[in-house]
Design a protein around this ligand. Structure first.
Ligand code: SF4
Length: 491
């Protein structure tokens, strides 16, 4: 928190006003605390082992959020840690995108080195050491604003619709453009920028990856609004977000200078396809952990609310709870499968997730949180959308009446029921559990593209034909998309 308290050049805007200290700003403070949970986890008994790892790059223990995975066990530990951290925060803790960016660049620059271009590798390893020694909080900025969606970056009427290199100098490059929906962007030490899509030769100026501190001159951050966000300013401890919250924002690079030692991909568009695929699969795997952790919060709130009105053992409630558990554990299982089935992309390591199962995890996450939320709202009752404010409860004129009429079973006071209702509302109707689940790490269509690419339909057809003793093979002039190896398999 000290590290991000005073940043001379950081230009951060929230609801039209410049914020100089994100650690005390009422809007951003819950988000800073959520980031902080990733640091605290390395010192808390229940997460200490999961949140630490040994780094062979600096020969020291590091926080797992800056660790380069050394095997499937590390990938599994990631998913487990994310689930636990969701329990501690009740929201997205924002630090995983930068972590996934580190692991992606480790693999991509490693591949470049294996092909004879070691410059980027050397720079990246120096940067990694800088990050690991300081335990930095990193954002990963990938999603460009994209302008006209049907046009490639170099065809856009606004040439800055994708982040690009506008000038090359002896000491570095000047970049221009913006990245949208960037998780946790106002609360980080540094931001790693990655290209958002596979580029062609014409788009070479857009094939750029680099890292800059957030207070680099020319960087502007505009934080986005969220559902119920004004409650953070109310000063209560029930209605608002007395636990934690996260934020997303737009980061603008207004002719920003980046020294060469922080440039990890420069105009070599051929690497952009593999880079995007590797990063996306890393983040899709992680969703199996963090979103199932939020699912636990919601299942727990629904269960306690059912107890509060004495219906927790009614068959229809028990059935709904079981359905929620099934949906939640499915997301987690896919995240674990993606981890255990991980593979090595570099001679020296470079562990990556199984892309099929990572995409399955994310696709489940794009659907199941809505189902889980619906079931929780069903169990909890309409009060989730209509409960009085905590300030009504604190008003002595009506407190007694509310306590009498909001109470279910006598053992659970009305205020406790209201606390659970608000928790359920704040988590289950949140950007973190709903909208982020659909669009974060790529919208559902992106996963379906990967399913079609990775699944071998011809092979499945051969299996079916062998069993049914069908011998004819039809080759249509325009066959459906045949299996194509993933970008990383092609590396
Ligand atoms: Fe981490 Fe999940 Fe938030 Fe992504 S959505 S940054 S994986 S907590």
């Amino acid at each position: 928190m000290e590290g991000i308290r005073e940043r001379k050049h950081a230009k951060i805007y929230v609801m039209g006003k410049r914020v100089t200290d994100v650690t005390t700003n009422l809007f951003l403070k819950p988000s800073v605390l959520s980031f902080k949970a990733t640091f605290d986890a390395a010192f808390q008994e229940d997460t200490r082992d999961l949140a630490r790892a040994f780094s062979p790059f600096i020969n020291e223990e590091v926080n797992r959020f800056v660790h380069i995975h050394q095997g499937p066990q590390d990938l599994v530990a990631k998913v487990k840690l994310l689930r636990r951290l969701s329990h501690k925060t009740g929201t997205c803790f924002q630090r995983c995108v930068g972590w996934d960016a580190l692991n992606t660049l480790y693999i991509i620059t490693g591949k470049m080195a294996e092909r004879g271009d070691g410059v980027y590798r050397e720079r990246f390893l120096k940067y990694l050491e800088h990050v690991q020694r300081r335990d930095l909080a990193l954002a990963g900025a990938m999603t460009d604003v994209k302008g006209v969606r049907t046009l490639r970056p170099s065809e856009q009427p606004n040439p800055d619709a994708y982040v690009r290199v506008v000038e090359e100098r002896d000491d570095g490059i000047i970049v221009s453009g913006a990245k949208a929906n960037i998780t946790g962007i106002a609360a980080v030490d540094e931001v790693i920028v990655l290209p958002t899509r596979a580029m062609t030769e014409q788009d070479a100026a857009y094939a750029v990856s680099f890292a800059v501190p957030l207070d680099t001159p020319g960087v502007v951050v505009v934080v986005g609004r969220q559902i119920n966000d004004a409650r953070r300013m109310e000063g209560g401890d029930i209605d608002g977000v007395p636990y934690m919250a996260h934020h997303e924002g737009l980061i603008i690079f207004n002719n920003v200078f980046v020294p060469w030692d922080r440039v990890f991909l420069y105009k070599d568009w051929r690497w952009t396809g593999p880079l995007v695929e590797i990063f996306a699969s890393f983040h899709r795997q992680g969703y199996g952990g963090c979103k199932s952790g939020l699912g636990d919060v919601i299942i727990g709130a629904a269960y306690e609310l059912a107890k509060a009105i004495g219906v927790d053992n009614k068959p229809n409630v028990v059935d709904k709870l079981a359905e929620m558990v099934f949906l939640n554990e499915s997301m987690y299982s896919a995240g674990l499968a993606a981890s255990w089935e991980g593979s090595k992309l570099l001679k020296e390591g470079g562990w990556w997730v199984n892309p099929m199962y990572a995409n399955v995890a994310k696709h489940l996450v794009a659907r199941f949180p809505y189902e889980i939320s619906k079931l929780a709202h069903d169990i909890a009752g309409g009060i989730v959308g209509t409960a009085p404010s905590e300030f009504d409860l604190k008003n002595e004129e009506i407190r007694g009446l509310l306590e009498k009429y909001l109470q279910g079973v006598p053992e659970i006071p009305a205020e406790e029921r209201l606390r659970l209702v608000r928790l359920l509302e704040n988590v289950s109707v949140s950007v973190g559990f709903l909208i982020e689940s659909v669009h974060g790490a790529g919208s559902p269509a992106a996963q379906k593209i990967m399913f079609n690419r990775l699944y071998d339909y011809e092979k499945a057809g051969e299996i079916a034909k062998a069993l049914s003793r069908v011998k004819v093979t039809v080759k249509w002039p325009k066959a459906p998309e045949p299996r194509r190896p993933s970008e990383s398999e092609k590396l």
